[in-house]
Design a protein around this ligand. Structure first.
Ligand SMILES: NC(=O)c1ccc[n+]([C@@H]2O[C@H](COP(=O)([O-])OP(=O)(O)OC[C@H]3O[C@@H](n4cnc5c(N)ncnc54)[C@H](OP(=O)(O)O)[C@@H]3O)[C@@H](O)[C@H]2O)c1
Length: 377
């Protein structure tokens, strides 16, 4: 790896996460850039890739590691969140963003590009609120550093938590009893389009901070389920009922999808509020990017799964207690198995038990609820 004087230096944080893994693969193709990754564990980076990029091992809570990571950088991508860290995630997110912004300013970084969530504070879930607050903190150094804040709603891509939930529900349930929030409006987006906006953000000619809301056409959450069914050649029916509480809905997702309770609960909570674009800056400043329609995004995600080309999964970060990838080379292993082991305790007065051998991705000894691969269906 040579550092030509004209090569722009880019830092990717969260490079072992769902978006970061894909972004680094796209950016590495650009010979005009030099890439540096800030990762908490360098073993999570493909050994071949380790030869092509500079790696700083550390996190945003250590001043020295941060200073090393941002030194000499032109544009720094902030793709970090602390949702997997438990109930304290908001405080951690706040501190992490403040540390990062201050370190970038001190090092003379010209631009931060942050990917956060779509929505408004008034109706935001706790998770989304924290994402919005992170954007505000990163954008608060106005006269010292520029922040491009890209905001996305549901991301449709192979291995994304939302898509895995949708795909699993649609495959397994001809008739879906859903919370009434299936009527909530949203604007999903294909993961490749998210990457295109992020990539175009590092050399956008623009002065000052910018918030860029991204998404495809408006639709209801329920329509996402029905459109996915159509794209998969399935006929499905939805019956919204008012009695499904967020907690019950999350348990229900546990039964039919591969995500753990914490992820399901956060996603269900998010369903209650509209996630629609609040500005037209995507079309105004990035007219060259034409986001895929929802159906195309679904077909692309399914195609990646069928071709065993799942580059990243929602559980690649240290929420990875759930399904850490040991063999980074084995793309086939990256396809999510909807094999979950959970101790539901007494839901509806019943203990769900079906003992089985633990799977590779799940080394517990608790009951298996569903088992099988996408390919089996
Ligand atoms: N994925 C989506 O569907 C979606 C939708 C809308 C917006 N977004 C936004 O996109 C961004 C990236 O999300 P993602 O889904 O890619 O997240 P993710 O898969 O959970 O990855 C998070 C990354 O952050 C790293 N990280 C966490 N805390 C850190 C710290 N203190 N210091 C250094 N690294 C740290 C993790 O490292 P480890 O691997 O060591 O855990 C991991 O690489 C977030 O801001 C999110 O709000 C995502």
């Amino acid at each position: 790896m040579t550092d030509g004087p004209l090569r722009k230096k880019i830092l990717i944080t969260g490079a072992t996460g769902y978006i970061g893994r894909r972004l680094k693969i796209r950016l590495i193709e650009n010979p005009a850039l030099t890439l540096r990754l800030l990762v908490r564990n360098r073993n999570k980076v493909n050994p071949q890739l380790q030869q092509e990029v500079e790696i700083v091992e550390g996190d945003t809570f250590h001043q020295q590691q941060l200073a090393q990571a941002v030194s000499g950088i032109d544009t720094a991508y902030y793709l970090i969140h602390s949702m997997g860290a438990g109930s304290d995630f908001e405080r951690l997110d706040r501190t992490s963003a403040e540390n990062f912004r201050d370190a970038c300013i001190a090092a003379g970084v010209k631009r931060i590009v942050y990917l956060g969530g779509l929505g408004v504070k008034e109706s935001a879930s706790k998770h989304l609120l924290s994402r919005l607050e992170t954007g505000e903190i990163l954008s608060a150094g106005t006269d010292k550093i520029q922040t491009i804040w890209v905001r996305a709603g549901v991301i449709i891509g192979s291995g994304s938590a939302s898509f895995e939930i949708i795909r699993n529900l649609v495959q397994k349930l001809p008739l879906m009893i859903t919370p009434r929030w299936v009527t909530t409006q949203t604007q999903p987006i294909a993961v490749d389009d998210v990457l295109s906006y992020l990539i175009a953000s590092h050399d956008l000619e623009y002065q000052g901070n910018l918030v860029v809301d991204i998404g495809c056409g408006r639709m209801k959450f329920g329509d996402m389920l029905l459109e996915t069914a159509k794209a998969m050649g399935l006929k499905r029916f939805i019956i919204p009922v008012p009695v499904l509480t967020p907690r019950l809905s999350a348990y229900w997702l546990l039964l039919f999808t591969p995500v753990p309770f914490k992820v399901a609960a956060a996603l269900v909570e998010g369903l209650k509020s509209e996630t629609v674009m609040q500005n037209d800056n995507a079309a105004r400043y990035f007219p060259q990017i034409r986001p895929l329609a929802y159906r195309e995004a679904v077909l692309q995600a399914i195609n990646e799964i069928e071709q065993h080309q799942v580059i990243s999964r929602w559980c690649d970060s240290s929420g990875g207690a759930v399904c850490d990838i040991n063999a980074q080379e084995d793309i086939a292993a990256a396809v999510l198995r909807d094999q979950r082991i959970y101790d539901f305790g007494n839901i509806a007065g019943e203990k769900y038990m079906r003992p089985s051998a633990p799977s590779a991705g799940n080394q517990g000894g608790l009951p298996i609820i569903f088992s099988g691969n996408y390919e089996d269906l």
